[in-house]
Write a protein that binds this ligand. Structure first.
Ligand code: AHR
Length: 310
């Protein structure tokens, strides 16, 4: 996959200021998302591309309408961060019929629908799950087990929830001590994180849980808020592993309330703009690009100097 844009005829060469990109961001659910939006908009401004920016308000229906409006506006390229993996085929076929290249930001879509996508700049969801698993393994090196775990996913049916969970499961495979006893969806939001852990506490005695793997820092902040109303000390009585590495996440790590924070790198903008440049100039490009992530944990000695942009 990849290597050429869907345009059949070579488009007349355009200079950067006349190029228009339609960008459908999936929502504003987290501080990570805000940083990702800024990264894309700033990189586009630096490249002197004009952007039609739309926010999907966490709704696939909204995102489909936005992509359709970009097609009607005859933009030069469409970038979108898909909230879920499936259900895009019809609108992507319309984009293809109009000869407009479509590029994914951050999240993936299902393999059957990928054939309508020109290329992508992904965050590494599976890798993040594997890094979370590696931390948990290290933390419980001398523990007999069982290790009872809860996972709080973000958006249902999103590639990041699926990928992080897959990476986590793969990373712990073959070690029978680790058992996932409950999973919930918290939509990557602080309020939902707090709500789902409160509801879970009605069904499962959290005193019997050793690890909470929360798929983003916003949900983790909600979980911490709830745990602080109980006698359970987060980071001590329950190991908390989170994703994103926002400033608030790193601050909680420093306070010892979470044990590890795996970065999800939000800086997709520069790679996206390079890619758009290659696509529009009919040059070769890969089917996908991935960003690298760091791991921050209680085992690090340099946490005091860590400064985040989001
Ligand atoms: O798709 C990336 C995830 O979406 C981030 O981890 C989360 O904070 C965001 O909402």
């Amino acid at each position: 996959l990849g290597g050429c844009a869907p345009r059949q005829k070579a488009a007349p060469a355009k200079s950067a200021p006349s190029i228009v990109i339609g960008f459908s961001q999936l929502g504003q659910e987290s501080s990570w998302r805000q940083r990702n939006t800024d990264s894309v908009l700033t990189a586009a401004a630096d490249a002197r591309y004009r952007v039609l920016y739309r926010n999907g308000d966490s709704s696939q229906e909204q995102q489909i309408k936005q992509i359709r409006s970009f097609i009607i506006s005859r933009v030069d390229a469409i970038v979108f961060a898909p909230i879920v993996e499936t259900g895009w085929t019809a609108v992507l076929k319309e984009a293809r019929a109009a000869g407009i290249p479509v590029i994914l930001d951050d999240r993936n879509i299902a393999p059957a629908e990928r054939k309508y996508i020109t290329s992508a700049v992904f965050t590494d969801a599976v890798g993040e799950g594997q890094k979370a698993a590696a931390f948990v393994k290290k933390k419980f090196t001398n523990h007999q087990g069982p290790v009872r775990m809860v996972q709080i996913y973000g958006n249902k049916d999103s590639s990041v929830s699926v990928g992080r969970s897959r990476g986590f499961t793969e990373g712990l495979a073959g070690d029978g001590r680790f058992q996932t006893v409950a999973t919930e969806y918290g939509d990557f939001m602080i309020s939902k994180g707090e709500e789902v852990i409160r509801q879970l506490a009605q069904k499962v005695d959290l005193h019997t849980i050793d690890v909470i793997f929360s798929h983003n820092d916003d949900m983790t902040l909600g979980i911490l808020k709830y745990l602080k109303t109980t006698d359970i000390k987060p980071g001590k009585d329950i190991v908390i592993v989170s994703i994103d590495a926002t400033q608030e996440g790193i601050d909680a790590l420093r306070r010892g309330e979470i044990n590890a924070d795996i970065e999800c790198n939000p800086e997709t903008g520069p790679k996206l703009m390079n890619l758009i440049n290659l696509v529009l100039n009919q040059q070769s490009f890969a089917s996908s690009y991935y960003l690298e992530d760091q791991v921050f944990s209680e085992f690090d000695t340099h946490l005091a100097t860590v400064k985040r942009r989001y």
